[in-house]
Design a protein around this ligand. Structure first.
Ligand SMILES: Nc1nc2c(c(=O)[nH]1)N[C@H]1C(S)=C(S)[C@@H](COP(=O)(O)O)O[C@H]1N2
Ligand SMILES: [Mo]
Length: 532
């Protein structure tokens, strides 16, 4: 019955108008969602929740990629991906709604439903986690209905029979007034959406940021200070990693899409499971204990040969073995399963925590409270183990249990349960493909094998003879050592290689293996360009 009206509206215009309405309606939902998330927590934001859901569902084969890509500063890529897919679906919903409002509305509700499921699965707030996406659903459907109504010819009062009963009719060009109203309403809704979204984000930052909590903390002097540093513990070579990684440069690897914000005053750690005396300790109680200060290197199992996920810091914390012995772990328990505020679980071989090494419940890094991104207010660190089996950030619970009883996050994904670090070495200087003059050139880098120490570093050019590098004096077996040497290069593109031996004298194997499932092996090499 509406063929004439329908054909007056060109298809491309319909697509543009429909897509625009869908986008604006969805934006309105997301904006309100961000506002509501100011009450329920940043991790319940509809977009963030879907992003976190994607990370949680990433299959094991992609985990390595996910860790290195999403886990360390490329999170915007994931968010952009989610927003792009959402935008396509939103545009489709708007176009569908031109014909049948209900169809478009169902699609929008379905999108919000995905976000609700993701929020329920990944966010920490309990049942309220679904509120932002629910509010987004209601808002976007209301905005959709309102805007779609404006695409339809106005009913003449008292004569409903002249009004088409479905959206296929549509109006547009022959209703100039209606079209202007639609444009104004669309622009107004979009503006309100942006304002709500930005306002919501600002509120979230203000309400949840732990900056104030961090600033209010004054860390006590350690009862046991870090051992004195040998004079030659570091070299100064341009481009060489400093011995102590400044906190702002400390590497970051985790699955959190928004950094968990855990105020120190709301934090406590519970010790539960197979223990004689379950206990709970608050942050203030922790600071009253005899803290120790230790220099420790931390590295990530997903680090590729030559990769950046390794750093060294001066940690302040309480010895984990003393804390656990206070609880009295039962004989037969072999796993310390730690849980973080953001729901991560990490399984640590209990013996490594109790064998006397400097396993810490850390509260300080390089003289400051932990940065939020590195686990404020408290995290674990166990020298000799990769972070994924030992270095739980934002830790809130230690469960003394057994490996054959419960799997942690990464071991569920088939990574090795022990996580003992492999010996590694890296060339920092020269950079790959750097242009150099022929003759003597400086080569320098770092080598680490936490808890075994580094005894030797060797360098060679183009498969020639290995030559010993000079090593910085060891600070402890738990820290990396810097190394430097000079090599002679001739014009061309020589390849410089490095290998290290640990404290037992065992050299890194040449064989290249990928990080999965227990850490990469192989020699790091750098090719340079040498001119006369
Ligand atoms: N809560 C939580 N803790 C975590 C992780 C995580 O994803 N969530 N990742 C672990 C991994 S894989 C590593 S390598 C270290 C990295 O610590 P950093 O980010 O402070 O360098 O944290 C560990 N602790
Ligand atoms: Mo890691």
């Amino acid at each position: 019955m509406n063929t004439i009206a329908a054909t007056t509206w060109r298809r491309t215009t319909r697509i543009a108008v429909g897509a625009g309405i869908g986008l604006v309606a969805t934006a309105a939902g997301l904006g309100v969602g961000e506002l509501v998330a100011a009450a329920t927590g940043p991790d319940t934001s509809p977009v963030v929740a879907v992003g976190s859901g994607v990370i949680a569902l990433t299959p094991r084969v992609l985990q390595e990629f996910a860790v290195s890509t999403f886990g360390s500063g490329h999170r915007p890529v994931l968010i952009a991906g989610v927003v792009t897919i959402l935008a396509i679906a939103a545009a489709a919903a708007g176009y569908m709604a031109l014909r049948r409002l209900a169809a478009g509305a169902v699609l929008l509700v379905a999108l919000a439903g995905i976000s609700m499921v993701a929020a329920a699965a990944t966010a920490q707030g309990g049942a309220t986690a679904v509120l932002p996406a629910s509010a987004a659903a209601v808002t976007s459907v209301a905005a959709l209905a309102g805007l779609i109504r404006l695409t339809r010819p106005r009913r003449s009062a008292g004569d409903p029979s002249t009004a088409p009963q479905d959206g296929s009719s549509a109006a547009g060009d022959h209703h100039p007034l209606r079209r202007r109203t639609l444009l104004l309403a669309g622009a107004g809704t979009a503006g309100a959406a942006v304002a709500a979204g930005l306002g919501g984000r600002m509120l979230q930052a203000r309400l949840y940021d732990v900056a104030n909590s961090r600033a209010a903390i004054s860390l006590p002097q350690p009862a046991s200070a870090a051992p004195a540093l040998p004079a030659e513990h570091r070299f100064t070579v341009d481009g060489l990693s400093p011995f102590f990684t400044p906190a702002r440069d400390f590497y970051r690897v985790d699955t959190a899409l928004v950094i968990p914000q855990v105020p120190a005053q709301q934090w406590s750690l519970r010790i539960v499971g197979s223990v004689d005396r379950p206990l709970e300790i608050t942050f203030d109680e922790l600071l009253e204990r005899e803290l120790v200060e230790r220099d420790l290197t931390l590295s990530c199992v997903s680090n590729e040969v030559g990769g950046p996920y390794v750093s060294t810091g001066r940690w302040l914390g309480f010895p984990l073995d003393r804390l656990l012995r206070q609880a009295g772990p039962h004989r037969g328990a072999d796993q310390l399963l730690s849980r973080s505020q953001d729901g991560m679980t990490i399984g640590t071989p209990l013996e490594t925590v109790l064998d006397g090494r400097d396993a810490l419940l850390a509260v300080g890094l390089n003289g400051e409270p932990l940065p939020a991104r590195n686990g404020f207010p408290a995290r674990m660190i166990v020298p000799g183990l990769y972070g994924y089996t030992s270095a739980t950030k934002w830790v809130v619970e230690l469960d003394v249990t057994r490996f054959d009883e419960v799997d942690a996050y990464w071991t569920e994904r088939d990574w090795d349960t022990t996580g003992k670090v492999k010996t590694a070495s890296r060339i920092d200087v020269p950079r790959p493909l750097e242009s150099l003059g022929q003759g003597e050139v400086t080569v320098a880098g770092v080598a680490w094998a936490q808890h075994r120490g580094i005894s030797t570093v060797q360098v060679r050019v183009d498969g020639g003879d290995w030559q010993e590098a000079e090593l910085s004096e060891p600070v402890s077996d738990d820290t990396w050592r810097q190394w430097r040497t000079t090599v002679r290069v001739t014009p061309g593109s020589p390849r410089i290689e490095v290998r290290a031996a640990d404290g037992a004298g065992d050299f890194q194997p040449q064989e290249r293996v990928d990080p999965f499932p227990d850490g990469a092996t192989g020699w790091h090499s750098v090719a340079v360009t040498v001119t006369e």
